[in-house]
Write a protein that binds this ligand. Structure first.
Ligand code: ASP
Ligand code: MG
Length: 243
């Protein structure tokens, strides 16, 4: 199987968590699967970077902001590749542009236009786990773009679509999709499965578990996406075609 896994900031919050995620990827490779791991920036890195940039210039150029913020995901990607290496597992980290992700030129909220998967396929064929920095791409001018807050989800689903992956898993700090935020409402109900439209409606109402464009991608390419806990080890919610 070709499996795309994405890890959010909390799931990569410290070195132990990065190692735990790497172990999961290494095990899958050992079982004979091809594995792509998409990573977010660690913990609150992106928020801290935004604050820091504001101290430097409140009216900074969007282009420079993208060049800066994309580095958060790049750091995670390299650390993840190092963690895989420590397990004796072949791995390579790629930025969004190295991974062939082409976007439009809307800095701070770019849309993925296409993905040239040649490099990723070559690394997979060489037996490596491919770690891709989420949330970023390259515009027609060759400039770095970012996909909007939470955009690493969209990187993962888009890669799953272009690579025709058998599985797309989004690892996060909750164990699935709920009808309300389970961190605020203890009576929230978890879905085993949820359709694209209903998922998009939840996001519209403020649910932050998935980036809206990731669900639009999933719907367009009929990809099933599993949202699951990086810590619990239990099955998550399948976002998919329920019609
Ligand atoms: N690091 C970015 C953010 O905090 C992208 C992501 O996590 O998906 O919004
Ligand atoms: Mg997120």
């Amino acid at each position: 199987m070709l499996i795309v896994q994405k890890y959010g900031g909390t799931s990569l919050g410290d070195s132990a968590r990065i190692r735990a995620a790497a172990r999961r990827g290494a095990e899958l490779l050992q079982q004979g699967h091809k594995v792509v791991i998409v990573v977010s920036a660690q913990g609150d890195t992106t928020d801290e970077m935004i604050e820091k940039a504001a101290q430097i210039n409140k009216h900074r150029a969007a282009r420079e902001m993208d060049a800066y913020l994309a580095a958060g995901e790049q750091m995670s990607a390299a650390l993840m590749a190092m963690a895989l290496g420590a397990l004796g597992c072949g791995a390579v980290s790629l930025t969004g542009w190295q991974a062939g992700i082409a976007t439009d030129g809307v800095h701070g909220n770019a849309r993925i236009q296409s993905i040239d998967t040649e490099r990723i396929r070559r690394e997979l064929e060489a037996g490596k786990v491919v770690v891709v920095a989420g949330f970023q791409g390259c515009d027609p001018d060759g400039d770095i773009t970012t996909l909007g807050r939470g955009g690493s989800d969209t990187t993962a689903v888009a890669l799953a679509a272009y690579l025709k992956a058998d599985k797309c898993q989004i690892f996060t700090d909750v164990d699935g999709v709920y009808d309300r935020d389970p961190r605020i409402f203890p009576e929230a109900v978890r879905y085993d499965r949820i359709g694209y439209e209903k998922m998009l409606a939840l996001i519209e109402n403020g649910a932050q578990v998935l980036h809206d464009r990731s669900v639009e991608f999933a719907k367009q390419y009929r990809i099933s996406v599993e949202v699951l806990s990086a810590f619990a080890g239990t099955p998550g919610t399948i976002v998919g075609d329920l019609e």
